[in-house]
Design a protein around this ligand. Sequence first.
Ligand code: 13P
Length: 344
Amino acid sequence: MTEKLSDIANAMVAPGKGLLAADESTGTIKKRFDSIGVTSTEETRRDYREMLFRAPEGMKNHVSGVILYDETIRQKAKDGTPLVDVIRAAGAIPGIKVDEGAKPLAGPYVEIEKVTEGLDGLRERLAEYYKLGARFAKWRAVITISDGTPTWNCVKANAHALARYAALCQEAGIVPVVEPEVLMDGPHADHTIERCFEVTEWTQRTVFRELYDARVELEGMILKPNMIIAGQKCPKQASPVQVAELTIKCLKSTVPAAVPGIAFLSGGQSDEQATENLSLMNQIGGVPWKLTFSYGRALQHAALHAWGGKSENVAAGQRAFTHRAKMNSLAAQGKWSEQLEKAA
Ligand code: 13P
């Protein structure tokens, strides 16, 4: 019997648990490996990800699901066990990135704006991923704040694609993680927190309108948004309390209560910043959905550096990963503090 979508979605946001985004495309993981001087090969990518998935405490206690890349969902651990089984053995749900990347959107802002592709043949790919063990999927749309952008055309095209993707996922028995990311590393200095609020609100409102039109069951999906935060080039940065308050305000005005959970992306924030902001939001509380993490960089950065591509550092890499997973698990319960961070 196929599991109910809402049961899977609820398990993905179980108390104190969140998602590990380990779905870097081959190009992106190469950049990460370049930063530690490791050659990116099928084997090194496998070794690195196997290290994370086998981090005993980090996975079992704090991670509800792992987002995989096409290569990884087909890979076997060094001992021959499929990585999907390693993840399941840790009590986590395997997921899969199904978009085929953000491509330049034809039009006046072709150098800046992007639309995510990957709908053609998606029904067939989802059926295969289901057989490979995936029970949730991810599709990321990116919205860029700059002089003149985002355009309505870009917001609408991306929201529409997200809704078509989400409907196809649910047809296949897979929970869609709907990710409309308003980038924080936009090219513009005038990228204030207020502008981020405005653009995120517009984007999310459009996404939920499209999800409604596509008859997506809100109980069987997860939203993966950006936090409301000033752009990295903006001279005026907001305090963590302001980020938490404005993020909650924006979500309250756009996300229906039927959605079981919201799992944030980290988007280039520092590890601790991403943790602190999430914890503050959960301290404020009073919202109808679970608020947790679906971090890539903010969960992996320390582990990647502790590992450094050396097999003798696997235990150190796992310790670094477990620490971040634990801190974010506390944050998902509003219980993180700087003291706990430093005590470890
Ligand atoms: P970051 O947390 O590094 O933004 O990655 C999350 C993710 O999956 C982006 O699509």
